[in-house]
Design a protein around this ligand. Structure first.
Ligand SMILES: [Zn+2]
Length: 242
């Protein structure tokens, strides 16, 4: 429903779009998956590394403008039918699913700050500590993210990654004149493997949000004036009918 630079499926309330458009867009998406767009849970993203648990009492937080009540970048739930949502335009969304008798799901939002702070590894640790879930049985999906060619960071940011042990072999490389290429996908993937996620349980892809204007909003490419994509994960209410 959105037009201009926000065309066409913008799901962010805070980017100058008309709220009616955003709500209609969300409805289009969530209807497709048989979830009520009014019942999703989202937090105000702060590029931090806090992980929080959400339950039915949080239902609808973030579904309408000004209704978020939590500030965090990683959401966890063990409750059925509660869609956990997060937003991005270049940052990486990371989905976690722990199938079983008592399933748990999570979503994390990782820009450079969250990635530097190992938000992916923190979610794995959180699931282990709070739900006794072994990393070896967690399934992880990494969403499209800005690629290393499109993501130049300054020396200050690069120094922080070097200090944390990242280098040219692991997702950070000099690109001339105090600029560096940062590969969020590679670094998040490595952190997940390091945290005990099995390689065969990781799903990712090569889509770059900046390289594909026909598909994705990109904060970098569009110089800050762009929409937001939403991603969500939920535990199904019941098994699909055979
Ligand atoms: Zn790219």
């Amino acid at each position: 429903m959105s037009s201009g630079v926000l065309a066409s499926l913008n799901t962010g309330f805070h980017v100058g779009d008309m709220w009616e458009n955003v709500l209609k867009n969300r409805r289009i998406l969530f209807d497709r998956f048989n979830y009520d767009y009014r019942s999703i849970v989202a937090a105000t993203q702060v590029h931090g590394t806090d992980v929080r648990v959400f339950d039915q009492g949080n239902r609808g937080e973030g579904a309408f403008p000004g209704t978020t009540r939590s500030r965090c970048d990683a959401l966890v739930t063990g409750e059925k039918g509660l869609p956990l949502a997060a937003y991005s335009a270049d940052c990486q969304l990371i989905y976690f699913a722990c199938p079983g008798k008592e399933p748990v799901v999570a979503v994390a939002h990782a820009g450079w700050k969250g990635t530097l702070g190992n938000i992916a590894g923190r979610v794995v640790r959180f699931l282990k500590d709070n739900y006794s879930i072994k990393p070896g049985r967690i399934l992880v999906g990494l969403a499209p993210v800005v690629c290393r060619s499109c993501y130049l960071v300054n020396r200050e940011v690069a120094e922080r990654f070097y200090a944390a042990g990242w280098n040219s072999n692991t997702g950070l490389e000099p690109a001339g004149s105090s600029k560096y290429r940062l590969d969020l996908n590679t670094i998040n993937t490595r952190q997940l493997l390091r945290a005990g996620i099995k390689k065969e349980h990781l799903t990712c892809n090569d889509w770059c949000t900046s390289c594909h204007p026909e598909l994705f909003y990109s904060y970098r490419r569009d110089k800050g004036v762009t929409g937001r994509m939403i991603g969500f994960i939920a535990i199904k209410n019941s098994e699909p009918k055979a």
